[in-house]
Design a protein around this ligand. Structure first.
Ligand code: PLP
Length: 290
């Protein structure tokens, strides 16, 4: 598959075809992963939960000590302008802001302006079987970064440990990896938050475990509260995940994905469970109200 198919790239105010979208080798995002980003998508051609994504972009920038010179409204306009090039298509949206271009050293004092990149790609449908049968994951040997080194709450361009954890899953031919923190507690998957259902509780790692505060996670917590589903945010070990009645993943692009096997062990009765399905229904209905 041509990964560049049906995509369009905005760089600092100019729109390019993917082949012509180029950025300097001195860009600090390229050199050091010194950048922040957000990923969302459209439903009915509307940018989904932009306010929430912008707020997180801003938080990430603040946490890496980078001034974000772009407003919520400005970025939304630029996204919409770029999207127009892929008419009548639902799209993935990636907004990247790098600290800019400098020299060879880590020192940011010689920087030029931030680079702003917006990548728009036509949405491809995810395989139906992910939702119908669930996906298989492993517990990765690669850990999530420690909160005191690179806080996973920052959505930065530095995803190398997630890439390595993903590669572990790919070698075993499964969908994704679950990453632990240095204390051995479950944090999240490489690009999704994780949940386990046990009895009448839906449990997810707390922010202090060292995770990205997912926008879908926040939405699921809100919807669960409104619908009398009990959510518990606490640390747990991988054994609890494997022995859960149901497990699932959440993310802005993929919504709710049931996990039906972990490290080769079936979760619950081996199929997507009723609570996972109920939460997905609530989430779909939330989407339709946006
Ligand atoms: C590490 C990580 N965790 C969780 C998520 C899910 O976050 P959201 O629901 O905001 O898409 C992502 C999404 O990109 C992620 O990269």
């Amino acid at each position: 598959m041509d990964k560049k198919a049906n995509s369009i790239i905005y760089i600092n105010g100019e729109i390019h075809s993917p082949e012509n979208a180029k950025i300097s080798v001195f860009d600090r995002g390229f050199l050091f992963g010194d950048s922040v980003y957000e990923v969302t998508r459209t439903y009915d051609r509307k940018v989904f939960l932009w306010d929430e994504h912008y707020d997180r972009l801003k938080k990430s920038s603040t946490k890496i000590g980078m001034h974000l010179p772009f407003s919520k409204v400005f970025l939304k306009n630029e996204i919409e302008k770029t999207m127009e090039r892929l008419q009548n298509k639902e799209v993935f949206i990636r907004v990247i802001v790098t600290r800019g271009e400098g020299g060879f050293s880590l020192d940011p004092s010689t920087l030029t302006e931030n680079n702003l990149i917006i990548m728009i790609k036509e949405m491809t449908r995810y395989p139906e079987c992910w939702y119908r049968d669930g996906v298989h994951v492993i517990i990765a040997n690669t850990h999530r970064t420690n909160k005191d080194s690179l806080d996973p709450a920052i959505k930065s361009g530095n995803y190398l440990n997630n890439v390595m954890a993903y590669m572990e899953a790919a070698t075993q031919n499964v969908y994704d990896s679950v990453m632990l923190n240095s204390e051995g507690y479950v944090t999240e998957a490489t690009t999704s938050n994780i949940w386990v259902v046990k009895g009448n509780e839906v449990i997810t790692p707390p922010l202090k475990a060292g995770i990205l505060e997912g926008i879908t996670r926040k939405t699921v917590i809100k919807l669960a509260k409104e619908n009398e589903i009990k959510i518990v945010q606490r640390n747990f070990l991988p054994a609890e995940l494997i022995n859960g009645d149901e497990c699932f993943l959440t993310s802005s692009t993929k919504e709710i994905v049931p996990i039906t096997k972990i490290d080769g062990h079936p979760v619950g009765d081996g199929g997507p469970g009723p609570t996972t399905k109920k939460i997905h229904e609530l989430y779909r209905s939330f989407i339709s109200q946006q």
